[in-house]
Design a protein around this ligand. Structure first.
Ligand SMILES: CC(C)(COP(=O)(O)OP(=O)(O)OC[C@H]1O[C@@H](n2cnc3c(N)ncnc32)[C@H](O)[C@@H]1OP(=O)(O)O)[C@@H](O)C(=O)NCCC(=O)NCCS
Length: 183
């Protein structure tokens, strides 16, 4: 599997994160702080520092090396700006061949069909290059944008988990969905 070769879509370049992205990640976190806060765990002030970004990126690369998680950025075509972030996390091999997908897009890129474009390409990569059989994605019932995106991407509802994840400090129910490889 060649993790270092970027994948290009009409509007973005998808590639594994790198420690050299720390400044770009800090900008993404700062610029999207209010946009992402309702959908993510509570963040302390340290989260918005360069050191924290360096640490996150170093841990991300190590997780990919260990085949545990594959954290990606979708960059603009010039490679200067993070448009979106997504991760194939909690990779389990053996009889399961499955992982969880998490994602976010910058506020000013939302509502343009860009996340769908990015994830359609990324999912094809995960099923082919990562040899995933099932990709799971879960969302809060009030996260309409996420629910609609997953439906368009071919994810199917499989369940409802009460108090599933602690988001913005509250244990929130989630709708559980999956997309399973066709063949
Ligand atoms: C969830 C999230 C990624 C969805 O992003 P998004 O931009 O709405 O997703 P899409 O790329 O599918 O875009 C769909 C929108 O673009 C519009 N659009 C414009 N041009 C389009 C095109 N060429 N193709 C498809 N859709 C297009 C669609 O009409 C739709 O807008 P609408 O919902 O207002 O009708 C985003 O809201 C986000 O980052 N939220 C915060 C983090 C989060 O919730 N993460 C997920 C936790 S489970």
């Amino acid at each position: 599997m060649n993790l270092l070769r970027p994948i290009t879509t009409p509007r973005a370049v998808l590639r594994l994160v790198d420690v050299a992205d720390a400044w770009k990640l800090l900008r993404y976190r700062e610029q999207n702080r209010e946009h992402l806060a309702p959908w993510e765990p509570l963040r302390d002030e340290a989260y918005y520092t360069l050191d924290h970004c360096v640490q996150t990126l170093a841990e991300s690369r190590e997780a990919a090396r260990l085949d545990r998680a594959y954290p990606f950025f979708a960059m603009d075509l010039s490679g200067q700006e993070i448009l979106a972030s997504f991760t194939f996390a909690n990779v389990v091999r053996g009889a399961f061949q499955a992982c969880h997908l998490g994602y976010s897009i910058a506020l000013r890129r939302q509502g343009q069909g860009l996340m769908q474009e990015i994830l359609e390409t990324a999912l094809a990569w995960a099923f082919r290059d990562l040899d995933m059989h099932r990709v799971m994605a879960n969302y809060m019932p009030r996260n309409d944008r996420s629910g609609k995106l997953l439906e368009r991407l071919g994810f199917e509802r499989e369940g409802y988990a009460k108090r599933y994840l602690q988001i913005a400090g509250v244990w929130e129910d989630h709708i559980l969905t999956s997309r399973v490889r066709d063949d």
